[in-house]
Design a protein around this ligand. Sequence first.
Ligand code: ADP
Length: 397
Amino acid sequence: MKILVINCGSSSLKYQLINMENEQCLALGLVERIAAKGSILTQKVNGEKYIIEETMKNHTDAIKLVLAALVDRKHGVIKELNEIDAVGHRVVHGGEKYAKSVIINDGVMIGLDECTKLAPLHNPANIMGINACKKLMPNTQMVAVFDTAFHQTIPEVAYMYPLPYYLYTDYGIRKYGFHGTSHKYISVRAAKMMGRDIKDLKLITCHLGNGASVSAVKDGKSVETSMGFTPLEGLAMGTRCGSIDPAILIYIMKELNLTIDEANDLMNKESGFLGVSGVSSDFRDVESAAMNDGNKRAQLAIDIFCYGVKKFIGAYAAVMEGVDAIIFTAGLGENSPRTRARICKGLEFLGAVLDKTKNNAVGICAELSTDDSKIKILVIPTNEELVIARDTNALIK
Ligand code: ADP
């Protein structure tokens, strides 16, 4: 059984072909600059790169090239397209309608369209990817896997905003949460590493990448998460401000005479690490400016981020009335021992004690806490594509 996983953005597309017999990735690739000048596809098989530079007018062109790369005589990994048993699509927003992955049919396409108003920046690209695949592989089953689905178990008290109630009933305004596939994957993996039943565990999962969110996972279910109605809520991120006093928005729109789009860009694209440091949205650049150049604003951006993660850990330990493990994942969580150490500093009172040597683990699954730490601290590289492939496999069987 071979499953193609597609993650479509507005101008880019990531893909993986996964062999479900051993859950190995046969090929992975990235298409960039779709519908722009200089479209490029980069495929990797066993670390070897295959690059196609060709005009791609739209997502259908991009997926055509992906399929061509996969069956390419020299660089491909399959002989015929019918070796692909199913396609799993990442869809950012499933609203309240989709608490689980679903097989895509005409009814689901209507449902996805309805969810688009909740994620106008993301869902249209996901839908374009699905439509392109349907056109090119009309007889192949497809499954939609939602970023929001894992968080549909969050209780009302946590997902409702204290706004007029009709905003929820008439406009769907509530916390949805994102990065669900990642939080789910590392929770399941953590339980396995701990040799425990996930149904008896209280976990705090920290997905710290360019986008970042923390979740509380109790008995295998998400009960709280830091992102909200959109991925803007919660932690400060690469370019997003995270949670701020909402009145600031009204104030700056008035004072700076900003349009809605300008205000949106300010919060989503010009804030976070980039906004505070003035250096970059990429953590490595910010860290280098702080460490090597003594840049105070860069240091402040890092401090704000780590302080934010620590605050959520404290809050979620209270929400679950305890915690068995704290798990780090994604770009920063997997690769920056310094950031993990800064976040965990002072958490000994909770019973979470980081082992300085073990904390040097990078890019692998490892336990980072001391042997006598009451709460385990783990690092687990995330694998959202594998969750999408597993869900797809389970549904089409
Ligand atoms: P996304 O998938 O949300 O784009 P990633 O999970 O790839 O993001 O994380 C990207 C972030 O991780 C960037 O800010 C990057 O600087 C940071 N990062 C990646 N590797 C390292 C590293 N070795 N040390 C510190 N930060 C890192």
